[in-house]
Write a protein that binds this ligand. Sequence first.
Ligand code: ATP
Length: 460
Amino acid sequence: MDLADKVLSLAKRRGFAFASSEIYGGAGSTWDFGPLGVELKNNVKRAWWRAMVQVRDDIVGLDAAILMHPRVWEASGHVENFTDPLVDCKNCKHRFRIDDLPDGERLIDAWRAGSVDVSSIECPSCGLKQLTVPRNFNLMFKTHVGPVEESASIAWLRPETAQGIYVDFENVQQSARRRIPFGIAQIGKAFRNEITPGNFLYRSLEFEQMEMQYFVRPEDAAARFEEWKAERLRWYVALGIPEAKLRFREHAPNELAHYAKAAVDIEFDFPFGWKELEGVHNRGDWDLRRHTEYSGKDLSYFDDLTKEKFIPNVVETSGGADRATYVFLLAAYDEDLAPVADAAGKSAKEERRAVLRLHPALAPYKVAVLPLSKSEKLTPLAREVWAAVRPRFMSVYDETQAIGRRYRRQDEIGTPFCVTVDFDSLEDKAVTIRERDSMAQVRVPIAELADRLRERLPGC
Ligand code: ATP
């Protein structure tokens, strides 16, 4: 099994993520986060919010609606431009994005240059050379507001969270009394009718974005773009992604989106290749200028110190919560050898273990409380210890099967610390803390347990 298969199987077996509507055969490229997955993803979002809003003095939050006025998507360019070029196979009826065909990069370049020819290309599914001429397909999900399905009632499920921020720019700036430069951060659902979804959480139809739009004076945009590139890379590294697994990829001039002045992808070394994890874009004044044009509401900013009026430029950081969650799982997955204790609690031999080396801030459970065995004598004290830990840390209690098996179970889901209550605990009122990565064990008095855990789990 390769890494992607191992993580997928672990995710399903342990309750990180399941295919949506699985008992009906699955809804296809939509995922439900199980008990561990919701903790992990919430922790990813919390860590992002902490770094982008809580610890800064220049960024405020927003939670805009998913449904917006349909004109928003005309102003943003999505109705016209949010498309993928697709071909159909006339023989086997499969549909492909042209960049997924053999030699896809050349085809995309040719498509952009207006002269793509796919007549000599074999269908990746049936092998025949019967692909249709490429045509544009809009990725936005369309729906209707109200009982009548007519063009006047069209609504789109937002394909990105950013537009809520642009449209609310003035409301936020004035109500929060912000001066430029300042940013607005938002986490929320986005929807894209992806034609070639797949690779587990990497690309799904419904996902969450973590986006921040930083509003600056036009002459500051280029420097802020460089700062945000570095800042966003640092965030992933600080949460445990090895630097060697991350890189920047600058967009070439011919691949820049319609709005972008400069764009860089932060890429991750996925098992299926280097792919985008997050985008950092210098969008110029495109968004606020377009919304000014389409809404008739002047979104320019007046600087009362310099007496200048201008349309703010935007530097945006745009990442996916689901894609990031997947990346944290992939980067954390490891296998090594762990000593297995015999019945007397002595380590007898070594066994292969799977371990998620998740940063403690991201780990679903910070602490597992484990009585050495399921014994009537130990249970009351062990439950007492868990009750003391529970209000402070997301934690779990497990008393089934041999202690070694239970350590493995916690290692596999990334729990940084196990607290073991044994028969000596009844006498000495102390327990053992075992650390996930080093497997080192230390004995601490129960009265000090919460403090000892807090020292080991700063910020959790
Ligand atoms: P890609 O080329 O991978 O489709 P994109 O360039 O369309 O990505 P953006 O529009 O810049 O992506 O979206 C910002 C971020 O949102 C991406 O970096 C990614 O983390 C996340 N994202 C975008 N589309 C999806 C999707 N279908 N499923 C999961 N996450 C997504």
